[in-house]
Design a protein around this ligand. Structure first.
Ligand code: ASP
Length: 335
């Protein structure tokens, strides 16, 4: 088990006025005796950061550490971190994780000192999933509140609830009931990306009524190497924003996702200026069912591996689309 920090590791510290990440992986595991009944667990403190301060480099270092653990004989790996950024970090890890062993991310909504803290139950559940056979070849999974989510699909939907995570497009990949792991679906084989050789500036811009493209112009000027737009509905922007996207897409990749919670972008329904069809003609890449935050992660990863704009265009769709096996495919349960 590797700890990156987050609420699951947070305690009140004199003079700080609130909880901060302090617990090591070792003391976290030592505080949950039930873990000893699930697996033999070794611990590593990878960082003591709130989720908001984690960088792509921190995540890649955690992936390297996890790979070394499984290469050294671990049956699976759990990473505990802040829930604020878990939907992004787990997906980033998923783009590079190329081992059959489960890599499971978890966290907590309540710090250990609060009544009904959820960290212990989440950690036990995550270790159960990491130790179970159906978790193999499933890519990176996220386990909280007795639900199992695929990294590609999961999203933090509530800022305080214990059931804060959901997979709005695909539904959860599985659950734990009385400690028994059931995985309903497994992903198709996913492309594994080349390691980053740079750290390109790739922002997300959320469009809004009256958006005339000024913010997009500004980020282009600021040196963006690619940009993700959280567009209206199924991938729509204003006519003036569409013109700005066209100009931008001549130089750098522009990915258009939906700012709605679920459903993603369409491809060939609307034909007005600024519609998904119009934006495709103007050179934008539509993100499909991959949400705009994960689209930004994927765009960053492709650019960071040294791909040119045409190469990004050629690869984005395939990788973004890699999803669950067709319905009816059930790899059974176990546990
Ligand atoms: N509220 C966050 C958490 O659940 C804080 C963080 O992401 O570090 O862990």
């Amino acid at each position: 088990m590797g700890a990156l920090g987050g609420t699951i590791t947070m305690e009140a510290v004199a003079g700080r006025g609130g909880v901060v990440p302090t617990l090591s992986a070792e003391s976290l595991v030592a505080s949950i005796p039930e873990l000893a009944l699930v697996a033999r667990i070794s611990t590593t403190t990878l960082s003591k950061l709130p989720g908001a301060s984690l960088s792509a480099q921190d995540v890649l270092a955690a992936v390297d550490w996890a790979m070394a653990e499984v290469d050294g004989g671990a049956a699976g790996v759990v990473v505990a971190q802040g829930t604020d950024t878990l939907e992004e970090t787990a997906y980033l890890a998923d783009l590079y994780w190329n081992r059959p062993e489960p890599l499971v991310f978890t966290g907590a909504m309540r710090p250990p000192g609060q009544p009904s803290a959820d960290g212990p139950a989440n950690l036990v559940a995550a270790c159960r999933v990491a130790a179970c056979e159906p978790g193999r070849d499933a890519g990176v999974l996220v386990v909280l509140n007795d639900e199992i989510h695929r990294a590609r699909a999961v999203r933090k939907d509530h800022s305080t609830a214990l059931g804060a995570f959901s997979s709005p497009v695909a539904g959860p990949a599985g659950s734990l009931i009385e400690g028994r792991v059931t995985l309903h679906r497994q992903p198709v084989a996913r492309a594994r990306l080349e390691r980053p050789t740079s750290d390109p500036y790739v922002p997300i811009l959320e469009t809004h009524i009256g958006d005339d493209g000024a913010t997009l112009r500004a980020v282009r000027k600021a040196g963006a190497r690619g940009v993700t737009i959280a567009a209206f509905g199924v991938g729509h922007v204003s006519a003036s924003m569409a013109a700005e996207i066209e100009k931008t897409a001549r130089d750098i990749p522009v990915v258009v996702g939906s700012r709605t919670r679920a459903g993603g972008t369409l491809r060939h329904t609307y034909g007005f200026e600024g519609s998904e069809m119009d934006l495709t003609k103007r050179g934008a890449i539509l993100s499909g069912t991959l949400d705009h935050r994960k689209s930004r992660i994927l765009l960053w990863a492709l650019l960071a591996s040294g791909m040119s704009t045409p190469e990004v265009r050629a690869s984005f769709d395939d990788i973004a689309a890699s999803g669950p096996l067709p319905c009816g495919t059930n790899h059974g349960d176990g546990g």
